[in-house]
Design a protein around this ligand. Structure first.
Ligand SMILES: Nc1ncnc2c1ncn2[C@@H]1O[C@H](COP(=O)(O)OP(=O)(O)OP(=O)(O)O)[C@@H](O)[C@H]1O
Length: 348
């Protein structure tokens, strides 16, 4: 492993924003970080980058297997945020900056040029440009080149493609994966692009309200819930269907449904006009939707089905026996998600 996190609590003022009892991150792997806004992804990345210390608990960095050395992390771990913060200087000065800080000043221009090529920026056109002569996507690529030139052991990426154009996003993704492939760089990446994460990550961490909630594909249904019986709670989904579940700890709780608890069934054509329908609680819940996409998950080798219900997306794992044969599913089909109500976990 390259990180061990134990007994971590992180507070801002009186609010505890991160609680992780134990977490390990394996060397050379790509780990995805997923979770709603404010769930603690950026905070965790900053702590892993040692930008700030945790309020309680510890984060141990292992530069080599079995050999702890948090002081090495300063030069081996690098964080790229959502917004590129460039020095008000040339691209060359920006990309070479980290090497200079490390006292590593040999062939600066050549190495900066190589790093720019990795992110798809031709060095002849870009090395001498100044910071204000770059588009947002180019600036983010320069910021990534400034990290790659260090050949980091750990690359922490915080929504690196959130505010860039499509080409830049693709270049950034490719360059990060290449670093993992060619140098064995460990990558921890927070992103809202769940499909990309499922496709490339060796493992996923799902953060909910600062706590680990699972391995990424869990479905979250946010409140408010309306009490509609003794310990029964209803939520009207975006497209009008009503979901009724037992056991909410309060009206604003979040329901969490693991993807492997959702079974997928075809909706017969002649019954499709009866949905969206109210789903009275009888122990098995049903939600009708449209199958949008099938994704092969790298970590577990499962096929993940993404189902749209209004604009909300649900993820179901297709069990091996229900793979593409003998009951083929394909995008565009009306399907039903069926799950036992007691498999829902609640987060308050
Ligand atoms: N410097 C800070 N001071 C006070 N509160 C903070 C600070 N940074 C983050 N927080 C709070 O900590 C919680 C976690 O924030 P964080 O930015 O880590 O979430 P996130 O999952 O990265 O969110 P997003 O997806 O919106 O970037 C939020 O409630 C946020 O308001």
């Amino acid at each position: 492993m390259i990180y061990l996190v134990e007994g971590l609590r992180h507070r801002y003022g009186t609010q505890t924003v991160l609680r992780l009892d134990r977490l390990t991150i394996e060397r050379h792997k790509i780990v995805g970080l997923i979770g709603p806004n404010g769930s603690g992804k950026s905070t965790l990345l900053r702590l892993l980058a040692f930008v700030e210390p945790p309020s309680r608990g510890r984060i141990v960095y292992y530069p080599e297997e079995g050999n702890a050395g948090n002081e090495d992390a300063r030069f081996q771990v690098t964080l790229l945020g959502q917004e590129p913060y460039l020095l008000k200087r040339t691209v060359l000065a920006n990309v070479a900056y980290g090497l200079k800080v490390r006292g590593d000043t040999e062939s600066l221009e050549k190495r900066a040029a190589e790093a720019l090529e990795w992110v798809g920026l031709p060095p002849r056109a870009f090395l001498r440009r100044r910071w204000f002569e770059l588009s947002g996507g180019e600036a983010q690529r320069v910021a990534l080149a400034a990290r790659l030139v260090l050949r980091p052991k750990v690359l922490l990426l915080d929504e690196p493609t959130a505010s860039v154009d499509m080409e830049s996003a693709q270049r950034i993704r490719e360059a990060a994966l290449r670093a993992q492939r060619e140098w064995g760089t460990t990558i921890v990446v927070a992103s809202h692009d769940r499909h990309w994460l499922f496709e490339v990550c060796d493992g996923m961490l799902h953060l909910l309200k600062g706590r680990l909630a699972g391995t990424g594909a869990e479905n979250i249904i946010l409140g408010p819930w309306r009490q509609c019986g003794q310990d029964l709670w209803a939520k009207r989904l975006e497209d009008g269907q009503e979901l009724v579940l037992p056991g909410a700890p309060g009206p604003n709780a979040m329901a969490l449904i693991p993807p492997d608890r959702l079974a997928l069934e075809h909706v017969l054509e002649d019954s499709s006009d009866s949905s969206p329908a109210s789903a009275p609680y009888d122990g098995a819940c049903r939600i009708a939707g449209t199958l949008l996409r099938l994704t092969l998950e790298r970590a577990g080798g499962h096929i993940l089905a993404t189902v749209a219900v209004g604009r909300s997306l649900f993820t179901a794992t297709l069990p091996p026996s229900r793979g593409l044969r003998p009951a083929p599913f394909y995008p565009g089909q009306r399907v039903e998600l069926i799950f036992p109500a007691h498999d829902v976990a609640w987060f308050s």
